[in-house]
Design a protein around this ligand. Structure first.
Ligand SMILES: Cc1cc2nc3c(=O)[nH]c(=O)nc-3n(C[C@H](O)[C@H](O)[C@H](O)COP(=O)(O)OP(=O)(O)OC[C@H]3O[C@@H](n4cnc5c(N)ncnc54)[C@H](O)[C@@H]3O)c2cc1C
Length: 472
């Protein structure tokens, strides 16, 4: 019998690992347990499905379960939740949902592996925990009222779209969004497109905290221009209801009538399963891993939204739950398990979000407190430059905040906002961060130029040039 690689979680990290491992070593038995129905889905597209830009929820699926089973030869078991890991025995305990029992014959009543309670054990040689993250449910009264929801699953995306695109008589007219992070703001755009009155409540002084104040202010002006009511520095104390249904958002000073509420206050890693098996968590609360994605158990790996990654700028573990990190780490772990040791690679925290007509992006360390904690002496510079040559029609301003270290001149990070040319420009900065470049080196990069695409001195170069002067 060949070796068995068991994967818990059937999305970005899990399916990348399973596919890569099976491709590299076809003799490996690869078994994936997914507690839900959907596998290999693009959660990132869910706000655009709600908005109506994506027609069908199924369009978000990259590879179907049948393709995984029949073409990739992966033993994919959906509706199968792993409820325990026994590291000594090297087994996992699997609980099958009703849907699974109805559709899949494995471990049925006559199967020797089946336990009396409907669970069964599966042995592994190597195990990947790729259980993802979940939406945080903050401890505020009213979370269980009808019309209050978080947004982190395909099922929820379908429910929300059915509600906002449904019969006008039942459709909510207003939504209060608690949390001005990227999911909250993407959903603000989706709800606005569906004709709802949108209000955003953020307890911090600005939305999009990881992008920095000067970038956030531009975003806030734009949100107001789009008709979104913004309540910054505003702590929601309660969601109040009438007859079991949401009626209002209550803050310290006010009461705002709304007929639906999206709670988008961040995500938490699904690390409990690993933790209960005695696997070490890091300071962030996510599963601690080494450069190969291995936990403190050499036969147990972790990747994606449940795991920490190594931040190349701070040279410390970090938790930035994003899709590429999950895909990349999963793929590398798949290769390692198949016999080709491959590092998962570091992150620099690159992120981009569309907020109505704006592109908003960040990478590296821009928060002065985080920079100081990592031992840097951060110096920051904000510049505004055009997205095209000044004489070429259609250009838009791009605001760039770039941060460098006073002592070494090293580039630490940048954030940008503008109506065009931001999303991909941030990647120049991200690449420079991976290469450990100084601000002066960035200033001297040979970047592309033609009038329709940018000024001669690209906004990234201009920011580096001005910051470099400040660092001297
Ligand atoms: C609305 C939204 C928008 C997003 N937009 C972006 C974006 O624009 N860019 C970006 O980079 N990222 C974005 N993300 C984040 C991105 O989707 C995640 O980083 C990515 O999906 C992480 O993949 P993963 O495999 O680690 O976890 P997940 O995608 O969460 O998958 C984990 C899977 O494990 C399953 N599972 C959990 N526990 C068990 C168990 N015990 N047994 C069996 N199965 C289990 C879950 O059902 C789930 O299917 C977005 C996320 C959301 C919710």
């Amino acid at each position: 019998m060949g070796e068995t690689f068991v994967v818990i979680g059937g999305d970005a990290a899990g399916m990348s690992a399973a596919s890569k491992a099976k491709r590299e070593n076809p003799d490996l038995d690869v078994i994936v347990f997914e507690k839900g129905e959907w596998v290999s889905y693009g959660a990132c597209g869910m706000p655009y499905y709600v908005k109506g830009e994506i027609a069908e929820l199924e369009d978000l699926v990259a590879i179907t379960p049948e393709e995984f089973r029949e073409e990739r030869n992966i033993d994919l078991r959906t509706h199968s939740e792993v409820v325990g890991i026994d590291r000594e025995a090297k087994t996992v305990t699997v609980e099958r949902s009703e849907a699974n029992r109805a559709s899949e014959p494995r471990a049925g009543r006559n199967d020797p592996r089946a336990n009396d309670d409907g669970t069964y054990e599966q042995a592994y040689d190597d195990l990947l925990v790729a259980t993802g993250a979940r939406a945080i449910r903050p401890p505020i009264d009213g979370m269980d009222l009808d019309g209050v929801f978080t947004f982190h699953s395909m099922e929820r995306a379908r429910e929300v779209r059915d509600i906002v695109a449904g019969d006008a008589a039942e459709r909510p007219e207003s939504v209060g969004i608690i949390g001005g992070g990227y999911i909250g703001l993407e959903m603000a755009e989706a709800f606005d497109a569906r004709g709802l009155d949108v209000s955003v409540f953020e307890m911090l002084p600005h939305v999009l905290a990881p992008f920095g104040d000067s970038i956030a202010e531009t975003v806030e002006d734009h949100l107001r221009e789009q008709g979104v009511s913004l309540h910054l520095d505003t702590l929601v104390e309660e969601i109040s209801g009438e007859q079991g249904r949401v009626a209002a958002i209550e803050t310290e000073d006010d009461r705002y009538s709304v007929d639906s509420v999206l709670v988008a206050t961040g995500v938490a890693p699904n690390a409990e399963l690993a933790e209960s098996a005695g696997i070490e968590l890091g300071e962030t609360g996510a599963i601690a891993t080494d450069e190969y994605g291995r936990t403190d158990d050499p036969h147990v790996y972790a990747a994606g939204d449940c795991a920490e990654a190594h931040n190349v700028v701070t040279d410390a573990p970090d938790y930035v739950p994003l899709a590429l990190t999950a895909n990349r780490a999963g793929r590398a772990i798949g290769a390692t398990v198949a016999g080709d040791p491959t590092e998962v690679g570091g992150i620099v925290g690159t992120a981009v979000v569309k907020v109505f007509d704006l592109e908003v992006a960040r990478t590296g360390v821009t928060d002065p407190e985080v920079a100081e904690e990592a031992g840097f002496d951060p110096v920051s510079q904000v510049v505004t430059a055009g997205s095209r040559a000044h004489y070429y029609p259609g250009g838009e301003p791009i605001t760039v905040e770039m941060v460098g270290d006073r002592e070494t001149g090293r580039l630490l990070g940048a954030a940008m906002v503008g109506e065009e040319g931001v999303a991909k420009r941030i990647d120049t900065v991200a690449t420079a961060l991976h290469a450990g470049m100084t601000v002066e080196e960035v200033q001297n990069l040979d970047l592309s130029y033609a009038p329709p695409f940018g000024p001669t001195w690209d906004p990234v170069l201009t920011a580096a040039k001005v910051l470099s002067g400040k660092l001297e």
